[in-house]
Design a protein around this ligand. Structure first.
Ligand code: UN1
Length: 497
């Protein structure tokens, strides 16, 4: 009998009002049931929001450096439990241990950054246009934040959102992806152990259509942060727009690595292997397109196919595994569908293209690392997000064409260019329509202390990580203090007169 987990609402671990639960299984071996988790409903969200709203009244008055201190302790606990967390995360979402350790490390780094930020929530003090008057801006907390997160970074992405929200003085209602509820559970346990007041964090497990929708449409949740698909993001955006909520969206990508004739091919090869097949291609930042200049195209493709053929598919907890399973059966079906679309549209399947079920792979959602060549710019394979281990190679003649292909999609998260020409490198930084461009490094590898996010339909203008996210989670207020003792009218009311 597998363990049954509960929500954390109003300071207690409680059963869902629906009385229903869903099973969470290991994607590398679906016979392995991790636990049963609440399939909550709108009434659970209602209670969670009420408690978070009460918690906000106290937490917003706690000095920001003390709020930061809680986050420092969270960072210490994450560091102490890094290996245990990595193991349970690999068990429930599949990526190899080296990657789940990285996921935890991103959470640790985000915690320590947030801890210090509690002493640095800067405002501005500027000269007033009048004598004996002080003018300044400062930040205030906003309220209850709805935090809706995906499966691919079960720890890091919740930390990107919640740590700045908490340091800024807000409270959180957290719905982790239904594929990774165990990580969400342990994460909340750690927040509580670190001393976060119990009504400051609420955990409501369940599905997007019910729990997610109830959080997004709740009038007492003024801030929503969502990472997931562009399609779901549009629905979230519609509701938030209608209700005038503050919303941060982090959505799809179709990131490209560009390899030019003057590139260091060995370096570019390591980059694309990691960028395309790390996390089984299930990163928002994954390399989904490889744009190669004609002079090196054939040679580079040969080098790549040879190396991809050696990647070892398997359980991420086993040493020697390079690529883990996909998250669930629907993901396998989606990848299969795109392999079919690629073939129909005339691309050449160079390697992979099949799900794998033999031997130790029999009970998991495994799919071969896959490469298509001869992919045309504008084709569906080249345009649409797959979120799996499928790389589309597009051959181009010039730098201009490479940049145009990179920019010719509706997404704009990350891009990468391999070149030894400093002029081209700086052109890429200025001309590629992405939120992040890497020179001589893969499309993945964003650092926790820099702003993270994309342009076009990847995002809605906000950034996570770094300093900018603290602006998202706080409201700017301006204060004027007039100590002249007389009515002074502002310049607009007196100018020239
Ligand atoms: C994501 O894929 O949603 O740059 C986040 C990277 C990681 C974060 C990825 N640091 O790949």
């Amino acid at each position: 009998m597998s363990q049954t987990f509960q929500n954390f609402i109003a300071g207690q671990w409680v059963a869902p009002t629906t009385g229903e639960y869903f099973e969470n299984r290991n994607p590398a071996d679906t016979r392995d049931v991790i636990g049963r988790f609440p399939k909550s409903g709108a009434a659970d969200v209602e209670r969670a929001v009420a408690s978070a709203a009460a918690g906000f009244e106290r937490w917003k008055r706690t000095p920001a450096p003390l709020r930061g201190d809680v986050l420092r302790r969270v960072g210490d606990l994450l560091a102490a439990r890094k290996e245990e967390l990595a193991n349970l995360m690999t068990r429930e979402m599949g990526k190899p241990l080296a990657e789940t350790r990285g996921d935890v490390q991103e959470g640790i780094d985000t915690a320590y950054y947030a801890a210090v930020e509690g002493r640095r929530l800067f405002g501005h003090t500027v000269p007033s246009e009048l004598r004996n008057k002080w003018a300044m801006s400062y930040r205030r907390p906003i309220g209850v934040c709805g935090i809706i997160t995906p499966f691919n970074f079960p720890l890091a992405i919740p930390t990107w959102k919640m740590f700045p929200a908490l340091v800024c003085g807000n409270t959180c209602v957290f719905k982790p992806a239904e594929d990774v509820p165990h990580t969400g559970h342990v994460f909340v346990e750690i927040l509580l152990e670190a001393g976060l007041p119990p009504d400051v964090i609420q955990l409501v497990h369940g599905f997007g259509e019910t729990v997610g929708a109830a959080i997004v449409s709740h009038p007492a949740v003024p801030v929503i942060s969502f990472t997931g698909s562009t399609e779901t993001g549009s629905k979230v955006g519609e509701t938030c727009g209608r209700m005038h909520k503050r919303l941060s969206l982090e959505m799809g990508g179709k990131n490209a690595q560009i390899v030019l004739n003057d590139a260091n091919l060995e370096l570019a090869l390591e980059g694309v292997l990691w960028g395309a097949f790390g996390t089984t291609g299930q990163r928002c930042t994954a390399t989904s397109r490889l744009i190669v200049q004609s002079g090196v195209h054939d040679q580079f493709v040969e080098m790549l196919v040879e190396r991809v053929g050696k990647l070892v598919l398997g359980d991420g907890r086993e040493a020697g595994t390079d690529v883990g399973p996909l998250i669930h059966e629907e993901a396998v079906e989606k990848v299969e569908r795109y392999v079919g679309i690629g073939k129909e549209q005339g691309a050449t399947l160079r390697i992979g293209g099949k799900r794998r079920r033999e031997g130790s792979l029999a009970h998991g959602h495994f799919f071969d690392p896959t490469i298509f060549t001869g992919v045309t710019a504008g084709s569906r394979l080249e345009q649409e997000e797959i979120f799996g281990p499928v790389l589309s190679v597009v051959e181009v003649k010039s730098v201009d064409e490479a940049f145009a292909v990179n920019n010719g999609v509706r997404y704009g998260l990350s891009s990468s260019v391999y070149t030894s020409d400093v002029h081209v490198a700086f052109r890429a930084l200025s001309e590629l329509d992405n939120g992040i461009t890497y020179v001589n490094a893969p499309t993945i590898g964003a650092e926790a202390h820099l702003p993270f996010g994309g342009v076009k339909q990847t995002g809605n203008g906000h950034r996570e990580g770094g300093w900018e996210v603290y602006e998202f989670y706080s409201e700017t207020k301006v204060g004027y203090v007039d100590y002249s003792g007389v009515l002074q009218r502002a310049q607009i009311d007196t100018y020239g007169g």
